[in-house]
Design a protein around this ligand. Structure first.
Ligand code: PLP
Length: 451
C-alpha cells in the first residue's frame, strides 16, 4: 500500500482555532494525494476543494500540508456538534469496545431502541410515533415513500421545484436538478410529480397561502388527491438554494394533505438537528409532519438516518419489509445519543441563533454596498446569499464560482448551491468561535471585491 509521509497527527482538542496558511491551497501534499485520488477513485466522485484533511475540530479543518482552514460547511451540515467532538468520540469508543455490529434485524441492542425513543419524543407533535433507522438520507427518504405508499395503498408522490432528496434511483426522481444529480442516470422512477415551490425572492413575494393554492390546484388537476400517497418537501430547501418558503406555505400544504388522506413528509435531512435554531425547521411554522426524515446532523459525523412518524403509518408494512444490514449501527446510535444530549442540554440551539444573527448582520453590511448580493436568507446557522447581476437581477453563477474559489484559496471552506448555481451557503459547525466566523466573512468580503 502506498502511503505518503504524514505530518504528526494533531488531536482535535489541540487544534488552534485560527486560520493559518502555510502553503498555497491546495498544498503539495494535497496535490500529490489528488493524483492518487484521480487514479484510484471514480471520476464521478467529485470534490468541492482538492484538499485532504488530517484532523478537524471546533471551526477548523487541518489539511495534510498543515494549513488550518475555516470550516463553514460542516461536511454539508453533518458535524453540527463539532468535528470529533469529545462527547461523540467517547461514545463511539466505549461502544466499539463492547461490539461493533449485530445487524438489528438479526439480534437487537439498546442503542437502536433508545435513539428511536428519543426521536419519537423530540420530533414535532405529541401523537404516538415510531421510528426506523437507516444509513443515509436518501435511504430514509426511500423508506418514507415505501411506508406512505403501503399505508395509503396509493402510488403518486409530489415533490417540488428546487428539491433535493438524494442520489439513489427513487430519490433522483424526487430531486429537481439535472446536472449533476440526474443527467445521464435515467430512467427514473415513475409516478413522481413536481409542483411549484414558494420562492419569495423569485416569485414576486407571493404569500405562502397563495403559493400553496397554486400547487394544490395543479395537484388536484394533474394527479387527483385520491391518487396521491405522499407530499415530500424540505421545510427549508438545501441544495436547491436555501429557499425558505413564505409563511403559511407549508401549513396549507400539510392541511390539504390531511384533508385528502395524503402522507405529509418533511425532509429535514439538512435543516434538522439544531441547524436552524430549533431542533427541527418545521417548528418555526408549527407544522406537524406525518413522517419526518432526519440524517446529516443526527450523529456527529457517523452515518445514520431515521424515519419517524405517526405510529399507525409506521406500523403499516409487514415485518421484514423495512431494514438493511447496517441500518442503526451501534456505533452510530451511540454517537446519536451523545449528540442528542448536546442538542438538548448543551446550549446549541441558542448558539445556532447567535450564529445566524452574526452572519446576517455581516452579510447585510456587505449587501448595503454591493448590489450583487440579491438576497440574504435562511435561519440560524443555515444562511445563504444569492448572487445576481446588479442590473438585471439574473442569477450570476460565474460570479458565485469566482467568489467561492477565492474563499477556498484564502483558506475558507464555503459551499455553493441553488438551481441556478448562484447561492453561497453557510453551514458552520455550532462549535465555531465568533472570531473564526468574522474572519471567514472578512475573507468572503475580500473575495467579492476581487471578483
Ligand atoms: C443530503 C440530503 C439528502 C440525502 O442524504 P444522503 O445522506 O446524502 O443520502 C436528502 N435530503 C436532503 C434535504 C439533503 O440535504
Amino acid at each position: 500500500m502506498e502511503m505518503s509521509p504524514q505530518l504528526a497527527p494533531v488531536r482535535t482538542s489541540a487544534i488552534v482555532q485560527e486560520r493559518v496558511l502555510k502553503t498555497a491551497i491546495p498544498g503539495p501534499a494535497s496535490l500529490a494525494m489528488l493524483e492518487r485520488k484521480q487514479s484510484a477513485i471514480s471520476s464521478g466522485v467529485g470534490m468541492v476543494m482538492p484538499v485532504f484533511v488530517a484532523a478537524a475540530g471546533g471551526g477548523i479543518l487541518v489539511d495534510i500540508d498543515g494549513n488550518s482552514l475555516i470550516d463553514l460547511g460542516s461536511g454539508i451540515a453533518v458535524t453540527t456538534v463539532g468535528n470529533a467532538a469529545p462527547e461523540i468520540v467517547r461514545a463511539i469508543t466505549d461502544q466499539a469496545e463492547l461490539f461493533t455490529h449485530t445487524c438489528f434485524s438479526v439480534t437487537g441492542y439498546e442503542g437502536y431502541v433508545a435513539v428511536s425513543e428519543a426521536l419519537n419524543r423530540i420530533t414535532p407533535g405529541t401523537h404516538p410515533k415510531k421510528s426506523a433507522l437507516f444509513n443515509s438520507g436518501a435511504e430514509a427518504i426511500e423508506n418514507a415513500i415505501k411506508v406512505a405508499r403501503y399505508f395509503t395503498g396509493r402510488q403518486g408522490v409530489v415533490a417540488f421545484d428546487h428539491a433535493y432528496h438524494g442520489r439513489t434511483n427513487l430519490t433522483m426522481a424526487l430531486t429537481a436538478k439535472s446536472m449533476p444529480y440526474k443527467s445521464g442516470f435515467g430512467p427514473f422512477a415513475s409516478d413522481i410529480y413536481r409542483m411549484p415551490m414558494s420562492y419569495p425572492y423569485r416569485d414576486g413575494n407571493l404569500s405562502g397561502p397563495a403559493a400553496a393554492e397554486i400547487a394544490i390546484t395543479q395537484i388536484e388537476k394533474q394527479i387527483g388527491g385520491s391518487n396521491l400517497a405522499a407530499i415530500v418537501i424540505e421545510p427549508i430547501q438545501g441544495e436547491g438554494g436555501f429557499i425558505v418558503p413564505a409563511p403559511g406555505f407549508l401549513c396549507r400544504l400539510a392541511e390539504w394533505a390531511t384533508e385528502n388522506g395524503v402522507v405529509f413528509i418533511a425532509d429535514e435531512v439538512q435543516s434538522g438537528f439544531g441547524r436552524t435554531g430549533r431542533l427541527f425547521a418545521c417548528e418555526h411554522e408549527g407544522v406537524i409532519p406525518d413522517l419526518i426524515v432526519t440524517a446529516k446532523g443526527i450523529a456527529g459525523g457517523m452515518p445514520l438516518s431515521a424515519l419517524t412518524g405517526r405510529a399507525e403509518i409506521m406500523d403499516a408494512p409487514h415485518a421484514g419489509g423495512l431494514g438493511g444490514t447496517y441500518g442503526g449501527n451501534p456505533l452510530a446510535c451511540a454517537a446519536a445519543l451523545a449528540a442528542l444530549e448536546l442538542y438538548e442540554n448543551g446550549g446549541l440551539l441558542e448558539r445556532a441563533r447567535e450564529i445566524g444573527e452574526l452572519l446576517i448582520g455581516k452579510l447585510e453590511t456587505l449587501q448595503a454596498r454591493d448590489a450583487r448580493i440579491g438576497d440574504i436568507r435562511g435561519r440560524g446557522a443555515m444562511i445563504a446569499v444569492e448572487l445576481v447581476n446588479a442590473e438585471t437581477g439574473d442569477p450570476d453563477a460565474a460570479l458565485t464560482s469566482r467568489v467561492a474559489a477565492a474563499c477556498h484559496a484564502d483558506g475558507v471552506v464555503v459551499l455553493t448551491c441553488g438551481t441556478y448555481g448562484n447561492v453561497i451557503r453557510f453551514l458552520p459547525p455550532l462549535a465555531i468561535s465568533d472570531e473564526l466566523l468574522i474572519d471567514g466573512l472578512a475573507v468572503l468580503a475580500h473575495a467579492l471585491e476581487l471578483s
